[in-house]
Design a protein around this ligand. Structure first.
Ligand code: PHE
Length: 467
């Protein structure tokens, strides 16, 4: 282990940073919408089972690989496979994927920044108008927002692991939780809020279909920031006293609770806005919900709160989602940063400079792929449709490579690094681990049904998305 490798200062710092990565737009908007559309309480139960039975072992394995090697994915896979080129390539996918997902996530974060700026300057009515979003995504001001977002993320990362990532999480995460609770209490006090709570929580088993199950698992996987090398990298910054299974469990509980609480915020708000709401109006994509539907909901509050009050609530909400997005972006860019620092021996500042620049340019192209530049808007076509650059990044990296990375990790840990080594690592800082049912479950599941299920998702996605 290199003596100079930075570390999180405490276990709680690590847990907050990992939870900061996990809690993001997916929890605050994606989860509530999916749950409401796909069976309410039944979806929730299924989701929770996936988180704990399938995702948690993968999360624990990623953290163990990181701590054992004190390296990011490429270095970790190379070290544990004794220099295998093939596994090194698998590790490289674990660095490329977060970089590309960062681009797609950054486009949305830039929009959030724009929404905050527009609501506090009194333009909520514009955002709620039917032309609003369509015009907004083609506004040249987005490039100013892009510079601001890239600046904030680089500023945090430049300060390093302890003084940047950990400190940001220690400030932003409690702020986010506090804001979330204030927002839920406020929304629950609105007229007709209970209809939304009912819609969210009452189980409807008939709605659970194979595609819903597939969607729930993918959502859980993404929500916990798996398959992107993030937890390998964060794991490389923890010390040997940390009990990994327990820490991972806390991260999963936090992430799932935030998703659940977000459901108690979003759906009552939707129902209060329109008691006759038809669930099918909730679009499939959480992205269009935040950007097209929510401004209308906030604007409707002006009858009771006045325009300024409604704008303040909207700005508060977008700020909440923005905080969540920033801590996720920080975690995802840290992976390639760590790769350039550990494997390519660049200084942290230089690595950050290169990455911010390349990610910034790609984000600029992806932002322009919503109509501004035809070349990026009609980038390519497959599965019978024209796809923008943004669509391609989303389909290839988020939808397809992510489960593949999960599969490779399970196979790597179980059959190349070997379960015995995994058990050794996990029993450090955790004397009762060996022989426990947790150990047996982790070892068994990672080597058998988890990779099979994740591989099936991968095959299904490839078959449906690209052919
Ligand atoms: N887990 C985050 C969410 O649910 C998403 C995320 C993606 C985080 C990529 C880090 C990296 O929104």
């Amino acid at each position: 282990m290199s003596a100079s490798r930075e570390h999180f200062s405490s276990r709680i710092g690590f847990i907050l940073a990992a939870a900061g990565s996990a809690v993001g737009i997916g929890n605050l908007v994606g989860f509530p919408v999916n749950a409401a559309k796909n069976g309410g309480g039944a979806f929730l139960l299924m989701y929770a089972l996936f988180v704990f039975l399938i995702c948690l072992p993968v999360m624990i394995a990623e953290m163990a690989v990181g701590r054992n090697t004190a390296k990011e994915p490429v270095g970790a896979f190379k070290t544990l496979s004794k220099g295998s080129k093939l596994w090194g390539a698998a590790g490289f996918l674990g660095v490329l994927t977060p970089f590309m997902i960062a681009v797609f996530y950054m486009v949305i974060t830039v929009w959030l920044f724009g929404y905050i700026a527009l609501t506090i300057t009194g333009h909520l009515d514009y955002l709620a108008s039917s032309a609003g979003f369509g015009e907004f995504i083609n506004s040249p001001y987005l490039y100013v927002a892009l510079v601001a977002v890239a600046g904030i993320v680089s500023f945090i990362l430049a300060a390093g692991v302890k003084d940047g990532i950990e400190k940001a999480a220690k400030i932003l995460m409690p702020a986010l939780l506090g804001m979330l609770i204030v927002m839920v209490l406020f929304v629950l006090s609105l007229d007709n809020a209970m209809a939304g709570v009912t819609f969210f929580l009452v189980p409807d088993i008939n709605k659970i279909t194979p595609s819903v199950i597939n969607g729930a698992l993918s959502q859980a996987f993404f929500s916990l920031s798996l398959g992107m090398g993030i937890l390998i990298t964060y794991g490389s910054y923890i010390n040997k006293q940390t009990n990994i299974p327990n820490s991972a469990k806390l991260v999963a509980i936090t992430d799932t609770s935030v998703a659940f609480i977000a459901g108690l915020m979003i759906l009552p708000a939707v129902f209060s806005f329109n008691p006759e709401v038809n669930p099918s109006e909730l679009s499939d994509s959480s992205v269009s919900l935040i950007f097209t539907f929510l401004p209308k909901i906030f604007l409707a509050l002006q009858t009771s709160l006045g325009y300024v009050g409604a704008s303040a609530v909207a700005a508060f909400f977008f700020l909440l989602v923005f905080f969540a997005a920033i801590t996720s972006l920080v975690s995802i860019i840290e992976v390639p940063v760590s790769y350039l620092v550990t494997e390519k021996k660049h200084s942290r500042k230089k690595a950050l400079g290169y990455l911010t620049l390349t990610a910034g340019v790609l984000t600029l192209f992806a932002t322009a792929s919503f109509g501004m530049v035809p070349f990026f808007t009609e980038f390519t076509s497959y599965a019978g449709g024209t796809k923008s650059l943004f669509d391609v990044i989303y389909d290839v990296f988020y939808d397809t490579i992510l489960p593949l990375n999960g599969f490779l990790l399970c196979i790597f840990v179980s059959y190349r690094w070997k379960k015995k080594q995994l058990s050794e690592e996990l029993s450090i800082g955790n004397e009762n681990y060996k022989g426990s049912w947790v150990e047996k479950y982790i070892n068994f599941s990672l080597g058998t049904f988890i990779p099979v299920i994740v591989l099936l998702i991968f095959i299904n996605t490839v078959a449906t998305k690209f052919f």
